[in-house]
Design a protein around this ligand. Structure first.
Ligand code: PLP
Length: 370
């Protein structure tokens, strides 16, 4: 039995949202138990959002429904040709209980760029942000209030047309699900070890490296396994001699005089955390370089003391100092306070803004509730 609650206000795109409450929503006690130790990506809220797209009707039928399995035709194109894209962003609860998200217009724009590359339809920014608000309207109690915890949003879009011919699908679905996320480093931020992948690349020129698409992740899983075997948590991918990024995080080097250097490449995913961290650094008067960066430059810089540290950044972990880069034939080690100081202070500044502990002077936060 479900209750249909048509919302009064049409969305900015003129669509009327249909909201079906989950009659089997978890009890407050069950939810509190989950929120006591949420982990990452293991538990999901009681509802989800979806919209349909067809080449004839455009975006239509926006709805909020009980969280549950998706029925898909076995011939759905996504299952065969991976026509899929996704996003990742978070909701943060501020001290007064209000719920905010960070630069969602950037995620919306990136989803549109990914869509163009994967021949999927572009979801308008207003609909993207409205989908976040609609989900928070029914599931706001799932936004944790502990420090460093958040509700992780996973918007995704895929080809659902049942057709085995190879062409862009004419029927597509957009979904939004959400998962409470605990502190990424429950015992405090720890430097990670990175494995340098020489045998495998994650992307190539003209490929899909700059799109947030499942296929890039699928191709990173085998090298990731290799990294675990070498005692590393993440993989660094190269384009020939040049540094690209980790499987799901961007990379930044820190010089002795507090300059940040990050690779420029058309096969890197443009991280919103990276862009924000670079902006914070510039606003502190620090120098930022985005340019081609070879692995040899990192090795030489670390050896001479010109490069004092490195960090990875992305929405899930925010900023993670890199303790070492391991390869078959060499190792770079960054240790001591100087190797993590700048990374950690930029991390603190960013999370202070996200959690409302520091004024948001750049208009980065968007309120999702109320
Ligand atoms: C999502 C992602 C990032 C980080 O982007 P953010 O917007 O900072 O979360 C970096 N690299 C890859 C490959 C990604 O998929």
């Amino acid at each position: 039995m479900t209750i249909e609650l048509p919302l009064q206000a049409p969305s900015p795109a003129g669509l009327i949202w249909r909201v079906t409450r989950n009659e089997d929503a978890r009890s407050e006690a069950d939810r509190e138990e989950i929120l006591a130790a949420p982990g990452f990506g293991q538990h999901f809220t009681d509802h989800m959002v979806d919209l349909c797209w067809s080449d004839k009707g455009g975006w239509h039928r926006p709805r909020v429904s009980p969280y549950g399995p998706i029925e898909l035709d076995p011939a759905a194109a996504v299952l065969h040709y991976s026509q899929e894209i996704f996003e990742g962003l978070k909701a943060y609860r501020h001290a007064d209980g209000s719920v905010w998200t960070f630069r969602p217009d950037r995620n919306a724009a990136r989803l549109q760029r990914s869509a163009r590359r994967l021949a999927l339809p572009e979801l308008p920014t207003e609909l993207f942000i409205e989908s976040l608000k609609q989900l928070v309207a029914v599931d706001s109690s799932w936004v944790p209030s502990n420090p460093e915890e958040s509700l992780y949003f996973r918007p995704f879009m895929f080809a659902k047309e049942a057709f085995l011919g190879v062409r862009a699908a004419k029927k597509v679905a957009y979904y939004l699900i959400a998962s409470p996320a605990g502190a990424y480093f429950p015992g405090g931020v720890q430097p990670v070890n990175i494995w340098l992948s020489r045998d495998y690349a994650r992307a190539g020129h003209g490929g899909t490296g700059a799109a947030k698409t499942g296929g890039n992740y699928a191709s990173s899983l085998l090298p990731q396994e290799e990294a675990y075997k070498k005692g590393c948590q993440q993989v660094l991918f190269l384009d020939g001699d040049y540094i690209e990024e980790l499987g799901g995080m961007n990379l930044v080097l820190v010089t002795r005089d507090n300059k940040l250097i990050t690779p420029a490449s058309d096969s890197i995913l443009e991280g919103i955390t990276l862009a924000s961290i670079l902006q914070l650094a510039k606003d502190r008067g620090l120098e930022v370089e985005q340019r081609k960066l070879s692995i040899q430059e990192w090795r030489d810089g670390a050896a001479s003391g010109d490069i004092v540290g490195a960090f990875a950044c992305g929405t899930a972990a925010v900023v993670v100092p890199i303790g070492s880069l391991k390869a078959d034939d060499f190792e770079i080690v960054h240790s001591g306070p100087a190797s993590t100081e700048l990374a950690m202070s930029l991390r603190d500044e960013l999370t202070d803004i996200q959690y409302g502990r520091r004024e948001d002077t750049r208009g980065w936060l968007v309120r999702l509730d109320g």
